[in-house]
Design a protein around this ligand. Structure first.
Ligand SMILES: C[S@@+](CC[C@H](N)C(=O)[O-])C[C@H]1O[C@@H](n2cnc3c(N)ncnc32)[C@H](O)[C@@H]1O
Length: 239
């Protein structure tokens, strides 16, 4: 990984903002990912993210923290927050912005336990593909303290396969429609292609059941997006 995402965040943080990140997928054309959006304050956040921050409690792990916007907000509210990301640049920026505990780390390497685990801005993207979902979910479940919760957002991107007449052209014999190849470029340099997973609520719920998590729909957004709250299906007895 060239960490172009981290480079872009660092440029913005250091006052060298000249252009945005460009993203595209195997089913969509190029689109701008505005750097200021990654540094958003609470008032600029979508309603799903605001709701997740309101529900956060206890010790918090912000997975894939990016520029650390959610961690910063929660830390300022007095919570103990740990921010992790696989991007070195992202963690440098998160620290520069004042987040006290921020580490370059893959979620699968995390071992501490938390009361709240946040995965926001299409949190299921980190799972990469459908066959990996149970592995990530059971690992996340193991990182929960008693009565802990996972707050995660995603969308059903079926609408991206619709043509102008409203017809849907999903090939039923191919892989799950939310599994995308994701391409990112910044300042004429291209990142290695990545896999990025959008998961509809029913599929997430089904995957949760297989690993002993209960999946509740917290709130739906305006465009097939949703916030879910996952808790262990069986809490250990307090006796
Ligand atoms: C779409 S960005 C979201 C950033 C941030 N949560 C926000 O809302 O602004 C996804 C982030 O997840 C990070 N990431 C991807 N895979 C990861 C993994 N396995 N463990 C930790 N972070 C990961 C990426 O480097 C990226 O910063």
């Amino acid at each position: 990984m060239k960490d172009l995402f981290g480079k872009a965040l660092l440029d913005y943080q250091n006052g060298n903002y000249t252009e945005d990140i460009i993203t595209s997928t195997n089913i969509s054309d190029e689109d701008d990912l505005p750097l200021p959006y990654l540094f958003r304050g609470f008032s600029e956040m979508p309603k799903l993210e605001k709701k997740a921050l309101k529900l956060a409690k206890g010790t918090i792990l912000d997975v894939g923290c990016g520029a650390g916007s959610h961690s910063l907000y929660l830390q300022e509210k007095g919570f103990q927050v740990k921010a992790i990301d696989i991007s070195k640049g992202a963690i440098e920026v998160t620290k520069l912005r004042g987040v006290l505990q921020a580490e370059v780390k893959d979620i699968l390497d995390e071992k501490e336990t938390f009361d709240t685990i946040l995965l926001l801005m299409n949190g299921t993207g980190i799972f990469q593909e459908l066959v990996e979902v149970s592995k990530y979910l059971s690992h996340l479940k193991n990182l929960l303290k008693p009565n802990g919760q996972i707050l995660i957002d995603s969308s059903d991107i079926k609408y991206m396969y619709e043509d102008e007449d409203g017809g849907v052209w999903i090939d039923m014999n191919s892989t799950y429609h939310g599994e995308l190849d994701y391409f990112l470029s910044y300042k004429d340099d291209e990142e290695d292609p990545m896999k990025w997973l959008y998961l509809d609520f029913e599929k997430l719920q089904l995957a949760c059941e297989t690993v002993g998590l209960k999946c509740e729909l917290v709130v739906e957004g305006e465009h097939f997006d949703y916030l879910a709250r996952l808790i262990p299906a069986f809490q250990p007895s307090s006796r």
